[in-house]
Design a protein around this ligand. Structure first.
Ligand code: HEC
Length: 621
C-alpha cells in the first residue's frame, strides 16, 4: 500500500485525549478480515484468535500513533482489557460480542482470565478525616493552576534536595492509572480504571472514599473550594461520553452530572478549570480514527469549551472552536457514505484562565478533513463570562512553508503535525507584563501578546516534530525561564528523543539545551526511547520530566545538568494492597505537594501502561 494513502491520526492527543486513532489500511486487508468465518466449535484460544482477526487486527496489527500494538496489549491487565471491551474505549469495536467472546479475547491478549472488580475501599482509613480545607497553592488540576506554569516553591524541594528524593510509599490505582493526582488540603484525588475516582489521605494513602461511574473513562480531575453559589469543596471531572460530574470532595457524594455534548464521538480528557463559580471544561473527540473507517460519515464532532455553573451543573455557555456551519460534502466514491465537515479542533489539554483579562484560552488540535476551516491548530481566547470569542491565532503554516514541512513528514497526512500540543501557559515577568505561550507538535513554541489579540511575539523551533510531538502536553515556567519538553519519539540516530530546553521568555532564544538521555527501558530493548510525551513540572532550581523509557528525571534549571533519576517501570508493594506496576511516565505525571512529590507512572502511555502512584519525599542530608 502506498504510504501516501496512510492517513495519520491524531497523535498523543489521543492518548490522553482525543482517543482512538487507527489507520485502517487498504482495501485488501479489510476484505481478508471480512472474509473470515468463525466455526462454532473452536477452542477458546482459537475463538479468541478468530475474533481478533475479524474485529481487532485491522488496527492492532497495523498500529499507528496511539493504537497500542497487539504485543503491547499483553502488558495490560486482563481486567483492563475486559473493561475496555465491555465498557470502555473498545466497546464500539466489540459490539455484538458476548461475555464469552470478550473473555476469549482477553485471555488471548493477556494470557489470563480477568479478575473481578477490585474493592478500592479495602484500604479504607481507620480514623475519621479532619475537615477538608484547601490551600491556595494546592495542585488543583492537570495544569497545577489556572496559568499552567506547573511551578511550586514550597521550600522543601529544590535543586539541592532533589537528589535526596526517596520513595516514601506507593499506591496501586485499581484497574489502571486513568490520569494524575490532584491535591486538596490533606487529600489526594485520583482517576483510576473501572470508572473509579478515589480520595486518599495524602500522608498515608488510606482511602477516604471511592466513587464509580461504571463504563466511563475518567482521565483528569479538578478540585475547588467553595466558589460562586457552590458552597462545598468539590471535585469536577469529565468522561469519555462528554459528561461532567461534580462530587462533594469530602465525601464523594455526587452533586450533579450533566452531559455537555450529544455527539457520541465527543469526549472529555483534559482537566476542567474552576473559576468564580464556573467550571470551564475543554471538549475533545474520538472521531479522528474514524476518519479512516470507510463506512463512517466523516466528520461531525467539534472541540470546544463549555462553562457550567459550579453549583448546579447548568450550562452557562458553550462554544465550538469551529464556527462555520456543518455542511454535507460530496461522497468520495459510489458506495461511500456522505461526508460532512468541517470538524475537529479538539481540545485535549487543560485550558488557561486569564483572571486579569477575564479570558479563557484553549489550544486546539487538527481538523478532521482538509477544508482548512478556522478553529483547528489555534489558540483561541473566550470571554469567561459570556463565551464571546475575543481573538484566535491559527498556527497552520501556509504555502511553501507548509509544503516543505509536509515533505519532511511524508509518512503522515500532515495535518495532525500542526496540532497545538500543549496547554496555553501564562508567563508573568518580574515587572508584571505577561506572555501567553503554547507548544506545537511540529516542534515550535509560540509566544503571544495577551494584550494585543494574541499577536505572535516570537516563535522558536525546538524539535523536529511529529504526530507524537514535537512539543506536547505542557511547558513549565519558574518566572525566569520557559522549560520545554521534547518528544521527537521518531528521532533517527544519531539524533535522540527527549531533549529538554530552557528558553528566554523575552526573546525565545535557547538558554541551554540538554540532549535526550540514553534510553533504558526495563521491559524491552527493542524500540526503547526516552521521548518526553509528558508535561514538565518545576521547583526552584530543578525541573522534572516524565520519559517514555519509564524514568522520572530531574535536571538543573541553570544548565540542564542531571540531578535525579528513578526508574518507575517496576513492581511495587503498595499501601493499599493492590499491586502496582510502573510504566511509561506520560501525560501530566509530576504533581508537587507541600511535602511530597506525587508521580503517576503508566497513565496515558501506549506501550507500557501501569497503575502506580509513587510518593517521594526528600531524605535527610
Ligand atoms: C478502529 C481501530 C481499532 C479497532 C478495530 C480495535 N481497536 Fe483497540 N484500540 C484502538 C485505539 C486507537 C486504542 C487506544 C485507545 C485510547 O487510548 O483511548 C485502542 C485500545 C485498545 C485497548 C486498550 C484500552 C485501554 O485503554 O486500556 C485494548 C485492550 C484494545 N484496544 C483491544 C481491542 C480489541 C480486543 C479489539 C477487537 C475487538 C480492538 N481493540 C479493536 C483502535 C482499535
Amino acid at each position: 500500500m502506498a504510504i501516501q494513502h496512510l492517513r495519520i491520526l491524531l497523535a498523543v492527543a489521543a492518548l490522553s485525549a482525543a482517543g482512538l486513532s487507527c489507520t485502517v489500511h487498504a482495501e485488501g486487508l479489510q476484505a481478508d478480515v471480512h472474509g473470515l468465518v468463525v466455526p462454532e466449535t473452536v477452542k477458546a484460544e482459537d475463538r479468541g484468535s478468530s475474533l481478533y482477526l475479524q474485529k481487532c487486527a485491522s488496527c492492532h496489527d497495523h498500529p499507528q500513533n496511539n493504537v497500542p500494538p497487539r504485543a503491547s496489549l499483553a502488558y495490560r491487565s486482563p481486567e483492563a482489557i475486559q473493561y475496555a471491551l465491555a465498557e470502555g474505549a473498545m466497546k464500539p469495536m466489540a459490539a455484538g460480542l458476548t461475555a464469552e467472546d470478550i473473555e476469549a479475547l482477553t485471555v488471548l491478549l493477556s494470557g489470563r482470565k480477568p479478575r473481578p472488580l477490585p474493592d478500592p475501599m479495602s484500604a479504607a482509613c481507620k480514623t475519621p478525616a479532619a475537615p477538608l480545607v484547601l490551600a491556595e497553592q494546592d495542585w488543583s488540576n492537570n495544569g497545577g493552576s489556572h496559568t499552567n506554569t506547573r511551578f511550586r516553591d514550597y521550600g522543601w524541594l529544590t535543586a539541592e534536595s532533589a537528589p535526596r528524593l526517596r520513595l516514601a510509599w506507593s499506591f496501586g490505582y485499581p484497574g489502571g492509572a486513568g490520569g494524575p493526582a490532584v491535591l486538596g488540603g490533606d487529600r489526594v484525588f485520583l482517576p483510576a480504571g473501572f470508572g473509579f475516582v478515589l480520595s486518599l489521605d495524602a500522608e498515608t494513602g488510606c482511602v477516604r472514599w471511592a466513587f464509580r461511574r461504571p463504563g466511563r473513562i475518567v482521565r483528569s480531575l479538578a478540585i475547588s473550594g467553595p466558589t460562586g453559589e457552590q458552597p462545598r469543596t468539590a471535585l469536577f471531572f469529565g468522561d469519555d461520553l462528554a459528561s461532567v460530574t461534580a462530587l462533594d470532595a469530602a465525601t464523594g457524594e455526587q452533586l450533579w452530572h450533566v452531559r455537555v455534548e450529544d455527539n457520541v464521538l465527543s469526549r472529555i480528557t483534559g482537566s476542567p478549570s474552576v473559576y468564580e463559580g464556573k467550571v470551564l471544561v475543554p471538549i475533545s473527540s474520538i472521531e479522528d480514527p474514524m476518519t479512516h473507517v470507510g463506512s463512517h460519515a466523516c466528520c461531525s464532532s467539534r472541540g470546544g469549551v463549555v462553562a457550567l455553573d459550579a453549583a448546579t451543573g447548568k450550562i452557562l455557555w458553550k462554544r465550538h472552536h469551529i464556527t462555520e456551519p456543518l455542511r454535507d460534502l460530496p461522497a468520495v466514491g459510489a458506495d461511500a457514505p456522505p461526508r460532512r465537515g468541517p470538524a475537529g479542533a479538539a481540545t485535549y489539554v487543560p485550558l488557561a484562565i486569564d483572571a486579569r483579562r477575564g479570558l479563557v484560552y484553549a489550544s486546539t488540535a487538527e481538523e478532521y478533513g482538509t477544508l482548512d476551516a478556522a478553529g483547528p491548530y489555534s489558540v483561541i481566547a473566550y470571554d469567561i463570562d459570556t463565551g464571546e470569542r475575543r481573538w484566535a491565532q491559527q498556527f497552520l503554516p501556509k504555502g511553501a512553508e507548509r509544503d516543505a514541512a509536509c515533505a519532511a513528514f511524508s509518512e503522515t497526512d500532515c495535518r495532525n503535525l500542526f496540532s497545538m500540543g500543549t496547554a496555553p501557559l501564562i508567563h508573568t515577568f518580574p515587572d508584571g507584563r505577561q506572555l501567553l505561550l503554547a507548544g506545537q507538535k511540529w516542534g515550535y513554541v509560540y509566544a503571544m501578546d495577551p494584550d494585543d489579540g494574541g499577536r505572535v511575539l516570537w516563535r522558536s523551533k525546538v524539535a523536529n516534530g511529529g504526530d507524537m510531538g514535537g512539543v506536547i502536553y505542557g511547558l513549565a515556567s519558574d518566572g525566569e525561564r520557559i522549560y520545554v519538553p521534547v518528544s521527537d519519539v521518531d528521532a533517527k540516530a544519531p539524533g535522540r528523543a527527549g531533549s529538554l530546553l530552557a528558553l528566554d521568555p523575552a526573546t525565545g532564544k535557547t538558554l541551554w539545551r540538554r540532549e535526550g538521555p540514553v534510553p533504558q527501558c526495563s521491559w524491552t530493548q527493542e524500540g526503547c526511547t526516552a521521548a518526553q510525551i509528558a508535561a514538565l513540572s518545576a521547583v526552584p532550581g530543578a525541573v522534572f520530566g516524565g520519559f517514555n523509557d519509564g524514568w522520572l528525571r530531574a535536571f538543573s534549571t541553570r544548565d540542564g545538568a542531571p540531578l535525579f533519576a528513578f526508574d518507575t517501570a517496576r513492581d511495587y508493594e503498595t499501601v493499599n494492597g493492590i499491586p502496582a506496576r510502573g510504566g511509561q511516565v506520560s501525560g501530566y505525571p509530576v504533581v508537587i505537594g507541600r511535602d511530597a512529590l506525587f508521580v503517576t507512572s503508566g497513565a496515558s502511555s501506549v506501550e507500557r501502561p501501569g497503575n502506580a502512584l509513587l510518593v517521594f519525599k526528600a531524605g535527610q542530608r
